[in-house]
Design a protein around this ligand. Structure first.
Ligand SMILES: [Zn+2]
Length: 188
């Protein structure tokens, strides 16, 4: 069951910091693994994990969570909350912590992410939809810049931001066919 972020401030908070505290008038039937979009019937923006923080009964209950709401002040947050109130809603709502769930494997080559010395996975975000391992990031940047240089070398210096982004975006790496002598024999 999708969770929608139609309010830009909350959506940006989630996408930029990987976590947002979000107020909902209705209690969710489902928490845990889920996905997020930016409004009804729009496409996925990321996979998320949803956790119920608490039932909100007074506006002061929101105080500890303003810094993760995406809003600069509690007043701005409350104004948006109240603008979405329907007559059937009482005073109470629920507060949820929504965290981005990152992919288990590099979205380009499909290999597990390498780990740093503390065991943390090294994910290189490549907007808008990729999380790359470091070798893929390096390769993508090198080949993307290469493609861009070729276009610039033709004298076409009039590229829009969108055209540049489209030129340098990562290309899926085709898996190399496995040759018989590459099949590992050290795994049973
Ligand atoms: Zn990779």
């Amino acid at each position: 069951m999708v969770i929608s972020f139609s309010v830009k401030e909350a959506r940006d908070q989630l996408l930029n910091e990987g976590v947002v505290c979000t107020f909902r008038w209705n209690k969710r039937k489902q928490t845990g693994k889920d996905w997020a979009n930016s409004g009804r019937l729009t496409k996925k923006i990321c996979d998320v994990h949803i956790e119920e923080i608490k039932r909100i009964e007074t506006v002061t209950d929101l105080n500890p969570y303003v810094s993760k709401s995406g809003f600069k002040t509690k007043k701005e947050w409350l104004d948006v909350i109240m603008s979405m109130k329907l007559p059937k809603h009482g005073l109470a709502g629920w507060l949820y912590k929504v965290t981005i769930r990152y992919p288990e494997n590099c979205t380009l080559c499909g290999q597990p992410f390498t780990k740093n010395k503390d065991g943390g996975r090294i994910l290189c975000p490549y907007p808008p939809q990729h999380y790359l391992c470091f070798p893929c990031l390096k390769q993508s940047i090198d080949s993307g810049i290469g493609r861009l240089n070729k276009i610039l070398a033709t004298g076409n210096l009039d590229l829009s931001i969108e055209e540049i982004a489209d030129t340098i975006k990562p290309e899926p790496i085709k898996p190399e066919p496995i040759k018989p002598n590459q099949i590992r024999t050290d795994q049973k």
